[in-house]
Design a protein around this ligand. Structure first.
Ligand code: ADP
Length: 162
């Protein structure tokens, strides 16, 4: 039974995240997508908003569940019976950080990290890019899943315009 965890900020979820979710759901028996509840960062979207957006986009995938987590991802993973962490790799710039995280996480609990290469069509996508585009009141259809585009656009263009 392979239970995988794809954790992140998802602030907001992008088409790049969705692609990793879809592909990871085919590799794992169960995939948990978990949004971090991080008191130090002040994300543009509240935890509840990020969870709701994730729930909206994972609906088609029957073996995917959405949860939030706090603290060290490896401890959370252990408590929830997760035996594989999933991460997306976009460019070489992701590699250094991700390699160190994967090594530390394995050292701490033995959990393995599986990397999926970003789809070439999504390699440029990040949550911060979405926010920057919305700041200039541009629609986001090419960047975020259609189920959440309206919500993300309205929320960000109102919040970031000034
Ligand atoms: P974090 O704060 O952990 O970086 P993110 O929400 O930015 O959270 O990213 C979560 C995961 O999604 C990371 O593994 C990241 O590499 C991956 N990811 C982000 N954007 C993309 C993308 N466009 N294509 C593939 N993977 C991505």
């Amino acid at each position: 039974m392979k239970k995988a965890l794809f954790a992140g900020s998802f602030n907001p979820p992008t088409l790049g995240h969705l692609d990793i979710i879809e592909r990871a759901s085919k590799v794992a028996d169960t995939l948990v997508v978990a949004a971090v509840q991080n008191a130090e960062k002040s994300p543009l979207f509240s935890l509840e908003e990020r969870l709701q957006m994730l729930r909206d986009v994972v609906k088609p995938f029957k073996n995917v569940e959405v949860l939030s987590f706090q603290g060290l991802v490896v401890h959370w993973a252990e408590e929830h019976g997760v035996n594989m962490l999933v991460r997306g790799l976009r460019a070489y710039s992701d590699f250094d950080y991700e390699m160190r995280m994967a090594l530390v996480n394995r050292m701490m609990t033995g959990v393995e990290t599986v990397f999926l290469m970003a789809d070439p069509g999504h390699i440029h996508l990040s949550s911060s890019l979405v926010c920057e585009i919305a700041r200039h009141k541009q629609r986001l259809n090419a960047f975020v899943p259609q189920e959440i585009e309206e919500f993300v656009y309205k929320r960000l263009s109102a919040k970031l315009a000034n």
